[in-house]
Structures are given as structure tokens and as C-alpha cells.
Ligand binder design. Structure first.
Ligand code: ATP
Ligand code: MG
Length: 472
């Protein structure tokens, strides 16, 4: 599964739980269990040698019981491992749900969903309690069972030892010492099975973490992958088909070509596949068939890092980090100086509103930009892309949440930014794309019309319908 798909299929809270709860259980058991296992193993070995020295026959008796103990322990551990995995999964689900409801807190409140949310949470919580109780119960019976077996061991050894003293002349002192060892032998054996049981809990956690670790790496670049340098920005799609899920193609045999420095617009109804095209261009997902070629090199043969360095995106949903406005914009190009950041903001039309913020460029953006308006967040993202000075620029509904007057101001900045750059512009407001070199009209994953504004209007097809519809 590619990286993005993995993130699509797991809630943030569930993933966070892996990085907090599961890592915690591992670190706990590494701190205690592993050390204890080490100590116990040494003790057992030492005692075993002494027992063997006193009486091999009695040692055999003890050993038989110990093997029995291990067999029983194994059964218990098998079961408790199952419940521990269940417990960690249930914990992840609870976290995932909580995270979702907290981020969506406004929606929950507005639609009076509190009761249902609390109910659902209760169900998940109950499930967690159930699994955790079982896991604890099973690992809890380990200790008493082992102690009982140990007592049986002691009795058995004492009996056999007594008989040996009477009939085989084993000296009493030797038996006394042996029995002492038997007691001491039982403790570390107990300890080992106990710690082993604890390790199961952390193994259950480790498995969940390894699942993530196995996923995080994107399919590595092909060994013969090349780095893009001096990107010109010629992009070709030929017969590209793609579906997020197998058997459900979202894009069907898409072909088009964009020359260096051209502005291409993607328009069409919601869900037509416009964002999917730019997702593929950034290689967030790999295509099912066809070819995407940049500057004559197949996308699959380009090192991802160098590909992404030559692209910049401003997306429908913005993302800001909890740091200053200045640093947020600097994400576009990490080595940019403060002056360059400010220049980018001037170009993007973000400078004036940033200056009006309480601490200007030093204002801290809180919680994904909750202290900024949607449009302001969008402006910061545009400034970030401006700073990146990419060869290929992708604007996915970049100006959709900005008022029309500000949009006109930004449009000037954007037009300047797009000068000499290949740009993909996705917009529902068609007035922002009428000057594109080529407009692709998409419907259900296919390009149904293409051409420039004038020719498409003349066609009197879908585009003119959409365009004229805006003024009705
Ligand atoms: N991560 C995803 N996993 C599965 N299916 C997806 C995913 N993202 C989008 N889709 C599906 O792919 C189709 C195309 O989505 P896409 O985001 O490309 O539409 P769009 O043209 O950008 O729409 P909009 O104008 O609303 O942004 C939709 O039917 C959607 O259900
Ligand atoms: Mg979209």
C-alpha cells in the first residue's frame, strides 16, 4: 500500500495511539522485563548447575515439573497475546474516535450529535474495557498457576528426595540444600514466564508499530531513477488510468500535454477527478496504467525528492504548523531569508494582512490556523508556494475561500507567479481561468472538452453551460 493510501485508511488518532500508547508499552517492558529476564536466566542457570551437582535424579524430577510449567505458561501466553492485541487495537479505535470528534467538535455541536457521539464512544470504550479485562485476567492467572505448580514441584522433590535418603543413602544435608534450591529455582522460572507474558503486551504494540514502519516508506525510487535539474516544466499525460481502489477507476485514459510555461485549467463538476490529476502529478499515488512524463522523463523514473522540489501546491485544504507566520511561509524554501519571505508575501498579497496581525510576522499560528480566517490561511499557503519558486505550480481551488476583491489582488500576484511557469489551475469560479492556454473540462474521470475559453464557448457544450450558469 502506498504511503498516502495508508494514511487515507487510518484515522489520525488511531495512528497517534500507535506512536504513543504502543510505544509506551514497549518502552515499559524494555525497561523492566528485559532486565528481569536477563537476571532470572542467570539465576536459573547457576542454580541448575548446583542442583545437578547434588543429585542428577532429583534434578530430573524438578526439570519434569519445570517443563510442565513452561507448557502451561505457553498456553496462557498464547491466549493473553490474543487479548493484548485486541486491547491495543481497541485503544487505537478509542483514540481515533476521540480525535475525530474533537477536531469535528463544531460539526458535532451544530448538528446536535453529542448524544450519539457519546454513545458511540461508550461502545468503543466498553469494547476496550472488555478486551483489557480479559487480557489482564489471563496474564493475572499466570502467577498463581505457576506458584501452585512450584509447590507441587517442591512436594514431589521432597518425597522423591526422602525416598532417596532412606533407600539410596542420599545425605540429609544434601536433600535440605536441594530443597532450598528447588524453592529458589521456582522463583526465577516464575519470573521468566511472567515477564514473558508482559513482553506479549509489548509485542502486540510492536506489531502495530511495525505495521506503520513497514508502510511509511514509499515504494523506493527505481534504482535508475534520475534527479530532475533545471526543470522546464513540460508535462505529458498519456492514457493515464487510476483508481484509489482497485476496480474503481476515477481517471479513465486521460491524455493531454502542457508545454513549458503554459497555464492549464482543469474545470468540471465536483468529483470529476481534477484533484486526482494533480495528486498523481505529485506522485502521492502511483498510476495504474499509462504514462506521465515530465521534461521527457517518465515520472516513475524521477527521484521523488527532486520531483517534489520542482513542484509547489496550494490546495483546497490548507495546512499550517504551530509556529510563527514567518516560519510557516519559510516551509516553502527552508533557506530563504526573512526578506525573501516578505517579498513572497508582497507578491502573494498576504503582506498587508500579516502586518495587521498582533505581532506581524512573529504571530504564532495556532492549531492549524484556527486563529486565522480561511482566506488568510489560503494567503499564507499561496505565499509559501510563491517562495518555493517551483517550475510547476499547482493551484487547487487556491482562491476559492477568498473574497472576490482580494481575489483580484491575489490574482495579479498569482499571474506574476505563473509567468514562465507551467501551472495547473483548478477552479470552480471560471472567471479565474478564462485566460488559460488550455482548458480541460472533466466529467466522471474523462476529458470531455478541451480548448481555450473562446473556442470552448463557441462549442456551446458543457463549458459554456458552466460558464453561463455562473451569471444566471
Ligand atoms: N483518497 C481517496 N480515496 C478514495 N477515493 C477518493 C479519494 N480521493 C478522491 N476519491 C474519489 O475520486 C473521485 C475524484 O475525486 P477528486 O478529488 O479528484 O475530485 P475533484 O474533481 O477534485 O472534485 P472537487 O471539485 O470537489 O474538488 C471522487 O469520486 C472521489 O470519491
Ligand atoms: Mg478537488
Amino acid at each position: 500500500m502506498a504511503k498516502c493510501r495508508f494514511f487515507d485508511n487510518h484515522t489520525h488518532g488511531e495512528l497517534m495511539s500507535r506512536f504513543t500508547n504502543d510505544v509506551d508499552t514497549i518502552s515499559d517492558s524494555l525497561n523492566t522485563s528485559v532486565l528481569q529476564l536477563f537476571i532470572s536466566t542467570i539465576t536459573v542457570t547457576g542454580i541448575f548447575i548446583l542442583m545437578l551437582y547434588i543429585s542428577p535424579l532429583l534434578t530430573l524430577v524438578t526439570l519434569t515439573v519445570v517443563v510442565l510449567m513452561f507448557l502451561v505458561a505457553r498456553q496462557i501466553i498464547k491466549k493473553s497475546k490474543l487479548f493484548f492485541t485486541g486491547q491495543q487495537n481497541a485503544l487505537g479505535a478509542v483514540n481515533g474516535y476521540a480525535e475525530e470528534m474533537i477536531t469535528g467538535q463544531k460539526v458535532v455541536t451544530v448538528f446536535c450529535y453529542e448524544k450519539s457521539a457519546a454513545g458511540d464512544f461508550e461502545k468503543l470504550n466498553y469494547h476496550l474495557r472488555d478486551k483489557a479485562t480479559k487480557a489482564q485476567l489471563f496474564s493475572g492467572i499466570m502467577m498463581p498457576v505457576m506458584q501452585n505448580l512450584n509447590t507441587i514441584n517442591f512436594a514431589l522433590t521432597a518425597t522423591v528426595g526422602g525416598l532417596l535418603v532412606i533407600f539410596r543413602g542420599l545425605d540429609l544435608g544434601g536433600l535440605a540444600a536441594f530443597l532450598q534450591y528447588t524453592r529458589q529455582f521456582g522463583r526465577p522460572v516464575n519470573e521468566i514466564s511472567n515477564q514473558y507474558n508482559n513482553l506479549q503486551e509489548s509485542l502486540a504494540g510492536a506489531e502495530r508499530i511495525f505495521q506503520v514502519m513497514d508502510q511509511v516508506a514509499e515504494i523506493p525510487d527505481a534504482p535508475d531513477a534520475v534527479g530532475l535539474t533545471n526543470v522546464k516544466g513540460k508535462v505529458q499525460f498519456s492514457d493515464v488510468s487510476f483508481g484509489y481502489e482497485p476496480g474503481n477507476d476515477v481517471l479513465k485514459k486521460i491524455s493531454f500535454e502542457v508545454n513549458q510555461g503554459q497555464k492549464i485549467a482543469l474545470v468540471g463538476s465536483t468529483g470529476a477527478g481534477k484533484s486526482t490529476i494533480v495528486n498523481l502529478l505529485s506522485r502521492f499515488y502511483d498510476i495504474n496504467s499509462g504514462h506521465i512524463v515530465i521534461d521527457g522523463t517518465d515520472l516513475a523514473k524521477i527521484q521523488r525528492k527532486s520531483l517534489r522540489r520542482s513542484l509547489a501546491m496550494v490546495l483546497q485544504d490548507t495546512h499550517l504548523f504551530t509556529t510563527t507566520v514567518m516560519e510557516n511561509i519559510r516551509y516553502g524554501r527552508l533557506d530563504a531569508s526573512d526578506e525573501e519571505v516578505i517579498d513572497a508575501c508582497l507578491l502573494a498579497g498576504a503582506h498587508s494582512f500579516i502586518q495587521r496581525l498582533p505581532k506581524g510576522y512573529r504571530t504564532i499560528v495556532e492549531n492549524d490556523g484556527n486563529n486565522l480566517s480561511q482566506g488568510q490561511r489560503q494567503l499564507l499557503n499561496i505565499a509559501r508556494a510563491t517562495l518555493a519558486r517551483p517550475a510547476i505550480l499547482i493551484l487547487d481551488e487556491a482562491t476559492s475561500s477568498i473574497d472576490t476583491r482580494t481575489e483580484q489582488i491575489i490574482q495579479k500576484g498569482l499571474d506574476q507567479l505563473m509567468q514562465g511557469r507551467t501551472s495547473f489551475v483548478i477552479a470552480h469560479r471560471l472567471t479565474t481561468v478564462h485566460n488559460a492556454d488550455e482548458i480541460l473540462v472533466m466529467e466522471h474521470g474523462e476529458i470531455i472538452e478541451r480548448g481555450n475559453h473562446a473556442s470552448l464557448l463557441k462549442l456551446k457544450g458543457r463549458y459554456s453551460e458552466l460558464y453561463n450558469g455562473q451569471f444566471d
